[in-house]
Ligand binder design. Structure first.
Ligand code: TNX
Length: 541
């Protein structure tokens, strides 16, 4: 039995590395038989369930966009056709599918709608990567399923703002890589980006800044340009619905208690010191009024954070009340990172509160803050996610931890039997440079595609039992140095290809040389999509 499996594995390997078939992420098994079939505008796409419409639509949109035609809908009459099929049998994993191409038909089969959608993504990669090429398709048999349940990409829309039309494109890229979570970082010091009807100033005031530093922090000046934007609740619904048709869950992030300058600019009473003016960090040049509270114009971490008052909790609960109905996701990200404790230390109110609640330091005060919000959010049926700082001072009972300062937070949380999502700065920060020296302005760091490819989301320190708490991983795209969508793509590609394989494919099949062969074709696909990618760099350090 073992021998047969091994042989099947080797054949699959040979098939994937062959000239025609180059799938990213690498499927669990793929075998190729000789010969091809052809696709054209007379080919019928047929489904056995209305629920598969989003998969058929995605395929047709792709065909139309890149090859200029759509498939016919309806019943195939014995001719070559594409069959999408939901089949109630117990395939092992959510998202599992099979794809079969032979002379009679293409059959994509799964026991979940997601599975069929992933089968469509693999099928799309059998198409030529050149526009308007003859649509000859290899005959293959694929059996596939994802390794991790959480396969995410993040986008910071606060440091720079991107329109809904682009978010849809970004979501399409995720879908094409079989990713299933979009972490939408909606609030930060440099902009509050989601309409909250009860607090209109959050976006009227908090959505805009008077300028932005020029160049690398602390900058060589300020561009003095009024900058910002926000999403209405209607926009948010549109993005969430678009993602849902691609089986991508959108996770909103509302930052607390730190990274709150924009909210405080709108409502100064949320600060420990409402009368104090916003400070610009040393060496930075400020644009406009220097008195009163302002949205930040530069990058970093700022001391003016939410005061843990009843007023703040009432405010945040109101915000949660408006945000939750917009997002079907069972997760709600509360941030929790980089909250300086300076103001809490100086504040008589905070010190008194700590005494009353028996909190021994400001870390425990942060923990109190997150715990309170968790309770509120749990009551509404949602689970919180927080950056790994939420471990400090004691983890909220049901929280999921996003480990970003290396793997330690993830290891610790898993040992405490909390679920974790790995996003370590060492391997999956797509704001870092992917080439040395930098060929454009980035935040710094060096994370080549090979380094991303080498990433193993389950830390070796975890026992098999604790490893079960690792839901998956995510790459983060912080946009301090990403002012436009071309730069997003330059930073994201080709690294997203490597990440998709880390998250989807079996650990045992991870092989850089094999990936490199398939990457050639993947780079051609990126070109087809009109993406300008960053370079492929094999150095690790
Ligand atoms: C740290 S990762 C941050 C962000 C920055 C990023 C830059 C995290 C939870 N916080 O606020 O944008 O570094 O790489």
């Amino acid at each position: 039995m073992k021998k047969v499996l091994l042989l099947a594995g080797m054949l699959a390997f040979a098939g994937i590395a062959g000239a025609q078939v180059n799938i990213v992420p690498r499927p669990v098994s793929l075998t190729e038989t000789s010969g091809t079939v052809s696709l054209n505008s007379n080919t019928v796409v047929q489904m056995n369930s209305e629920k598969l419409q989003p998969s058929a639509d995605f395929l047709n949109d792709y065909l139309e966009q890149y090859y200029g035609f759509m498939l016919k809908k309806g019943r195939a009459t014995g001719k070559f056709h594409i069959q999408l099929s939901l089949k109630v049998d117990k395939l092992p994993t959510k998202g599992a599918y099979s794809l079969d191409v032979n002379d009679a038909r293409v059959l994509i089969q799964a026991n979940s709608v997601e599975g069929v959608f992933y089968g469509v993504q693999t099928f799309i990669q059998l198409l030529p990567a050149e526009k308007n090429a003859a649509l000859k398709i290899a005959k293959v048999h694929v059996k596939d399923e994802p390794r991790f349940a959480y396969r995410g990409m993040h986008l910071d829309v606060c440091r720079h703002f991107f329109p809904v039309s682009y978010l849809k494109k970004y979501i399409d890229y995720l879908a094409l890589h079989k990713m299933n979570y979009f972490h939408w970082h909606l609030t930060d010091d440099q902009g509050w980006r989601i309409e909250i009807k009860k607090y209109p100033k959050l976006t009227e005031v908090g959505g805009y800044r008077n300028g932005t530093i020029i160049g690398h922090f602390p900058g060589t000046g300020n561009n003095n340009k009024h900058y910002g934007g926000y999403y209405t609740q209607e926009d948010v619904k549109e993005v969430v619905a678009y993602a849902a048709k691609r089986y991508i869950t959108v996770v909103p992030e509302i930052e607390m208690p730190g990274h709150a300058s924009a909210a405080i600019a709108a409502y100064p009473e949320l600060s420990c010191f409402p009368e104090e003016s916003t400070q610009a960090p040393k060496g930075t040049v400020w644009a406009g009024d220097t008195t009163g509270k302002h949205v930040q114009q530069t990058w970093g971490v700022f001391p003016d954070v939410f005061a843990p008052t009843e007023k703040t909790f009432a405010f945040l609960q109101d915000v949660v009340d408006e945000v939750i109905p917009l997002f079907p996701s069972k997760y709600f990200h509360v941030g929790g990172d980089e909250c300086p404790k300076d103001n809490w230390k100086r504040s008589a109110f905070c010190q008194q509160l700590m005494k009353e609640k028996g909190l021994k330091d400001e870390h425990e005060l942060q923990s109190y803050f997150i715990n309170r919000m968790e309770k509120y959010i749990n009551k509404k049926g949602k689970t919180i996610i927080g950056w790994d700082e939420i471990l400090e001072g004691g983890l909220a009972p049901n929280a999921i931890v996003m480990s970003w300062r290396g793997e330690e937070g993830g290891i610790e949380a898993a040992k405490q039997k909390h679920q974790v999502i790995m996003t370590p700065g060492s391997h999956v920060y797509f704001d870092h440079s992917q080439v040395k020296p930098d060929d454009s302005l980035t935040i710094g760091g060096f994370t080549s595609i090979r380094k991303v490819y080498s990433y193993e989301p389950v830390p070796k320190e975890l026992s098999a039992e604790n490893a079960k708490y690792v839901l998956g991983a995510q790459a983060n795209l912080w946009t301090e140095y990403i002012p436009n969508t071309n730069k997003i793509e330059y930073q994201v590609f080709p690294r997203m290809g490597a990440l998709s394989e880390v998250l989807w494919s079996p650990k045992a099949s991870r092989n850089w040389d094999d990936f490199n062969v398939r990457l050639e074709k993947q780079l051609q696909r990126y070109k087809l999509w009109g993406v300008q990618t960053g370079p492929v760099v094999a150095e690790m350090k």
